[in-house]
Design a binder for this molecule. Structure first.
Ligand SMILES: Cc1cc2nc3c(=O)[nH]c(=O)nc-3n(C[C@H](O)[C@H](O)[C@H](O)COP(=O)(O)OP(=O)(O)OC[C@H]3O[C@@H](n4cnc5c(N)ncnc54)[C@H](O)[C@@H]3O)c2cc1C
Length: 164
């Protein structure tokens, strides 16, 4: 069930700001459900945003815990953040950290066909580097692409507090 952000004044709804966060952050923490325990893995990502629909792409070795977990249960919750800047004040309560953050939930699909992997890897590299890369079929044999279709996302930003 969708919940609203508790500190509504910090919610980010402007699409350009949301895209900026996705462009800058580079690393996603992907939360999965391993039986009845959470399992969270940091992964580099690429994204597309089409008419407000967000899709994330990650890659990794075909074997390992995250792939096993996703095969058993594809439901994920993803956290992404950037623009971290600590600030201080005279008291402990006036210390804090600026940030820009996105959280989303969705369903992961393991892409194992060559054209699908190449498409995902191109998107990943574009987000990571800003550049377009070409992939030949033989380059993608040892990799699995994770495609996350996001069903819901929210964005939040904490700015520097006003002086005084
Ligand atoms: C900033 C960052 C970016 C990364 N980007 C990618 C990426 O794009 N693609 C990719 O495949 N991997 C990436 N990694 C590595 C990733 O976090 C995992 O280590 C890797 O994907 C293997 O996951 P697994 O579940 O298959 O690990 P497995 O080796 O199968 O996990 C077995 C156990 O090893 C331990 N473990 C696994 N990973 C880590 C870890 N990172 N730190 C400490 N303990 C760990 C856990 O206890 C886990 O239960 C990145 C890591 C960081 C920190």
């Amino acid at each position: 069930m969708k919940r609203g952000i508790t500190r509504r004044e910090r919610e980010v709804t402007d699409m350009n700001e949301i895209l900026g966060i996705l462009d800058r952050a580079k690393v996603a923490h992907v939360g999965m459900v391993d039986g009845n325990m959470p399992y969270v893995v940091p992964l580099n990502y690429g994204y597309t945003m089409v008419d407000g629909a967000l899709t994330l792409y990650m890659h990794g070795a075909p074997r390992g815990r995250k792939m096993d977990v996703l095969r058993a249960n594809p439901n994920v919750f993803v956290q992404i953040d950037t623009d971290r800047l600590p600030f201080e004040g005279p008291s402990a309560c006036q210390h804090g950290m600026c940030y820009s953050s996105i959280m989303c939930e969705g369903v992961a699909q393991l892409v194992e066909d060559v054209p699908g992997k190449i498409q995902g890897l191109k998107i990943l590299m574009k987000t990571q580097t800003g550049k377009d890369f070409e992939f030949m079929d033989k380059m993608v044999g040892g990799v699995t692409v994770i495609k996350i279709t996001v069903s819901d996302y929210t964005a939040k930003k904490r700015s520097l507090p006003k002086q005084g």
